[in-house]
Design a protein around this ligand. Structure first.
Ligand SMILES: C[S@@+](CC[C@H](N)C(=O)[O-])C[C@H]1O[C@@H](n2cnc3c(N)ncnc32)[C@H](O)[C@@H]1O
Length: 198
């Protein structure tokens, strides 16, 4: 990411929105989760929110850069998130160690998408859930979104369709693939994908 974008992104109030995380949590039972991984920490607000919403769990949050992170501004739960600088296709985490892996508005800009799914599947415990919230590649705004991202943020950006994500999940050995959208926003820009580790 160019550093001008990082400086702007670090100040955007929308980047602190936790609605996408709440929608995900409302559709998966993580009440018994011990360890949850977020990929794409950004400013860290999502990880901090997860640590408050899941006070029994340890949240790990990976990002390729810690430049946007503002730990001093974060209001965390009893177990503050552990932030790790790493790239998503090569997670420095043990196999079968996570109850859930969550990516919010991150998958679209990651390199090696199949390898990211493979890594998520590797670190998930059996029965663990992968949750991905991102732009629906079928939405009419997906192409303009990609143009803006390519111009200012990342040449890698691709708004994936549910069909593309289903194929990545299947090849990674994940099952029970499902797509959800907010009620009343069935044709909306955002979609949530859930799938389960075998
Ligand atoms: C749009 S931000 C989303 C942040 C946060 N999840 C949120 O919703 O506010 C995407 C994040 O993905 C990170 N990222 C980009 N490439 C990455 C990679 N290869 N591995 C890990 N994180 C990466 C970026 O640094 C950025 O912080």
């Amino acid at each position: 990411m160019p550093s001008l974008f990082k400086r702007i992104f670090a100040r955007l109030p929308m980047a602190r929105s936790t609605r996408a995380y709440d929608f995900a949590l409302a559709h998966v039972d993580l009440s018994q989760a011990e360890r949850v991984l977020e990929i794409g920490a950004g400013q860290g607000y999502g990880a901090a929110h997860l640590s408050r919403a899941l006070p029994h769990a340890q949240i790990f949050s990976v990002d390729i850069t810690t430049e946007c992170l503002k730990p001093e501004r974060l209001e965390t739960g009893p177990h503050p998130p552990i932030f790790i600088q790493a790239t998503a296709p090569a997670l420095p985490l043990s196999s079968k160690s996570m109850d859930a892996v969550i990516l919010v508005m991150t998958f679209h800009c990651l390199p090696q998408p199949q390898q990211v799914f493979n890594e998520a599947a590797r670190v998930l415990k059996p029965g663990g859930v992968l949750i991905l919230a991102d732009v629906d590649g079928h939405h009419w705004m997906a192409r303009p979104f990609e143009w803006v991202e390519h111009a200012f943020i990342s040449p890698l950006t691709h708004a994936y369709t549910p069909e593309e994500l289903a194929q990545l999940a299947e090849r990674a050995g994940l099952r029970d693939f499902r797509v959800m959208r907010r009620p009343g926003k069935e044709r909306g820009f955002m979609m949530w994908v859930f799938c389960v580790s075998a």
